[in-house]
Unconditional design. Structure first.
Length: 132
């Protein structure tokens, strides 16, 4: 598939919007996770799961309306693909947190490292499958 200049600019704009949204989602995720973990003493896995879900909801709302301008209804196949891809990414995040913890890394640092990896995976899912 060949993109002309205007199509290339539009794709770059989507990528930048996705990236900005991702930063916001990560901040929501990490803020909720950290609050639960550090202030309330919630288990690291439950903290991460709840924080991730908060970031995921933020992601779907912003990406569908602002980044990709989806015309599909809120409850659609797109939402199912989004939830599925994010559950896979969450599972990967949990595995990575466990692996990093077994390496002796602190819980908060393990969550941060897992987030770096899963951001890239989630972008690929979203761009190639969810919001194609």
């Amino acid at each position: 598939m060949r993109l002309d200049w205007e199509q290339g600019k539009a794709e770059l704009k989507k990528l930048v919007k996705f990236g900005l949204t991702g930063v916001g989602n990560t901040l929501v995720d990490m803020a909720v996770s950290s609050l639960l973990l550090l202030a309330l003493g919630v288990n690291v896995y439950l903290s991460k799961a709840i924080g991730y879900c908060a970031g995921m909801l933020n992601s779907y709302l912003i990406n569908r309306s602002w980044t990709f301008h989806s015309a599909q209804r809120f409850f659609s196949g797109q939402l199912l693909r989004f939830v599925f891809s994010n559950l896979v990414t969450l599972g990967l995040s949990m595995l990575l947190i466990g692996a990093f913890a077994r390496m002796g890394l602190a819980d908060l640092f393990a969550m941060l490292l897992s987030t770096c990896v899963t951001l890239a995976v989630n972008f690929l899912f979203s761009r190639l499958w969810v919001f194609r």
